[in-house]
Design a protein. Sequence first.
Length: 277
Amino acid sequence: MRVRRSSSTPYQGALSKPIMLIDSHTHIYAEEFDEDFEAMLQRAEEVGVIQFVLPNTDVESWDRMLPLCERYPNRLFPTIGLHPTYVKEDYKEQLATLEALLPQAQVYAIGEIGLDYYWDTTFQAEQIEAFKHQLRLADSLDLPVILHIREAFADAFKVLRELNLPKLRGVFHSFTGTREELEEALSFSNFYVGINGVLTFKNSNLKDYITLIPQERLLIETDAPYLAPVPKRGKRNEPSFLPYTLSFLASCYEMSDEKLMGITSDNARRLFHLPTR
């Protein structure tokens, strides 16, 4: 039986102090962290969050991200990709530029990539083509993919099945889909599911079926600076808030924070081939 919380009582979450926790998706290279980057990393370290996967979104974000990853080896791990909301008329040129940047650093995934029909469908066809191209690229490089899918699961699943790349592996990051969409996502056996602060929101139904995800396919993330968990909702998200999501998720699975920390950190290392620190 899963623990249920009273909808009238806001989740406060105890900040445990895990030995090591991996934030599997965080944009800490964003300008929102320019003024307190070192302090933000220190706050994360104090609660045990010591490794971070940094998803790239476009050429400009690569230029912000790479110097930080070079400054903090074995802590910050870069990925590279064209985010669907950055796909415009020039997407082919953007993709070519990003691929030319690959030799600059060891990258740990292609991402974040995918389909997003929430804000605008003007470039829907271009999004699909960019998505296909980057999936093939990841497969050819034997790298995992970080998938951003919003209001577009049907097309995303269709593309994945049509391409039929048996070695392809990755994560459905920031999953907020329906039970049915989760079940279909899990049918892709080489894919993990990334969970962030949305799980803790009062209006989220995800908690009702989150335990459909096998423990060995769970990742946790902040998606900072976005989607801060309760009780920090509305604030700028940062990795030091990750234990709130961890604690809430652990209660859903009826296990200790420490056990889930070990599971999700092992999962992140396995998917992204991260070194131990």
